[in-house]
Design a protein around this ligand. Structure first.
Ligand code: ZN
Length: 73
């Protein structure tokens, strides 16, 4: 389940990764954002995974910390 069609397509193309952090085994996570959405880019060895707070396509909040903040409102 993705927030929008554009995100689903990006995940299908391998430009984005959606899933739990611990399942990433072909690269490294380069930032500390608590999320299940990552931008995937070719790094020196394997891929670099950049965690994101918001969907770059529809702008919806994606990270766990933002979800927690939303629920408190
Ligand atoms: Zn989206």
């Amino acid at each position: 389940m993705n927030c929008c069609e554009a995100m689903g397509e990006a995940v299908d193309r391998g430009a984005m990764y959606q899933g739990p952090k611990h399942r990433i085994d072909d690269g490294r996570i380069v930032n500390e954002i608590d999320t299940e959405y990552f931008i995937r880019s070719a790094g020196g060895r394997g891929y670099d995974y950049l965690g994101i707070n918001y969907c770059p396509f529809c702008g919806r909040a994606l990270s766990n910390s933002l979800w927690a903040a939303e629920k408190k409102k």
